[in-house]
Design a protein around this ligand. Structure first.
Ligand code: BT5
Length: 245
């Protein structure tokens, strides 16, 4: 199936659209529900971090997917949404890159972030993918930007969500099959500015450096180091400097 019908529900305020949608998924909600909030009182990032946005200034939403995708390959759901966001940004005149694992960047500044969570359910497992896009404002001091800052004008968060979902339809279909994932990986490699860069990797309490050169079949980052090849499953990377343009 190539096209999806999304059911968008809008609320004024919620703690976190991801938390709320995970609860709905556990109750057996079907694929395609999109929960969008004007404001989050407890917006979440990865690894216990927070996501900040003043009311009405951002697209804050979570999308319920049920692809045939094992928990180990959750990163591909992040990739599908991040690539759709990048394509949607291009449609409103903003050129962006992806940074592994979940950032959408404009000129090295973060315009959007993605947070995916795997929900094991008795019947069918689900993936909740949260997306935060800075539309008319961005928080200070975190190396961020927003669409209005880059373009001088911006769509409404609702209109921008429509464009993201339009882009996600065909990419969602790619998550179900190995051939689809290969196609998604091709688009990912083109968009992923991390590849070819010297990176500092922060994994739990460890920190090390190397040359990021590819992603593997699970979407994890592959890095050449002085001690051989290493794979980053969960962690943060800092681009130290470009080695290959
Ligand atoms: C992310 O985490 O980038 C995932 C963000 C996902 C947010 C969406 S909003 C809708 C849905 N519901 C939720 O509760 N979450 C999702 P991470 O890579 O951990 O980045 C978090 C870090 O980015 C923070 O520690 C700050 O440094 C920075 N940050 C916070 N708010 C930001 C913003 N609006 N724009 C750019 N950077 C921000």
């Amino acid at each position: 199936m190539n096209e999806y019908t999304w059911r968008v529900e809008r609320v004024e305020e919620v703690d976190s659209t991801n938390t709320a949608l995970v609860a709905r998924a556990r109750e057996g909600e079907a694929e395609g529900l999109v929960l969008r909030a004007d404001h989050q009182s407890g917006g979440r990032g990865r690894l216990g971090r927070s996501w900040e946005a003043s009311p009405g200034s951002a697209l804050l939403c979570s999308i319920l997917l049920q692809p045939h995708l094992e928990a180990e390959r959750l990163q591909w759901a992040v990739v599908a949404v991040a690539l759709s966001t990048r394509a949607a940004l291009a449609r409103v005149g903003v050129s962006s890159d992806l940074k592994w694992p979940n950032d959408v960047l404009v000129d090295s500044r973060k315009v959007a972030g993605v947070l995916a969570e795997y929900v094991s359910a008795p019947s069918e497992s689900a993936i909740v993918v949260g997306l935060g896009v800075n539309v008319t404002e961005h928080p200070p001091g975190v190396g961020a930007t927003d669409i209005a800052r880059v373009r001088g004008e911006a769509p409404t968060p609702d209109d921008f969500l429509d464009v993201v979902l339009d882009e996600l339809g065909p990419r969602r279909g790619l998550l179900d099959t190995p051939r689809g994932l290969t196609q998604l990986a091709e688009e990912y490699r083109e968009a992923l500015v991390t590849l070819g860069q010297r990176v500092r990797v922060h994994e739990r309490s460890r920190e090390w450096e190397g040359l990021a050169y590819d992603v593997d079949g699970a979407g994890h980052l592959l890095v050449h180091t002085d001690h051989g090849e290493r794979r980053v499953v969960a962690g943060d990377v800092v681009h130290v400097r470009a080695v290959i343009s």
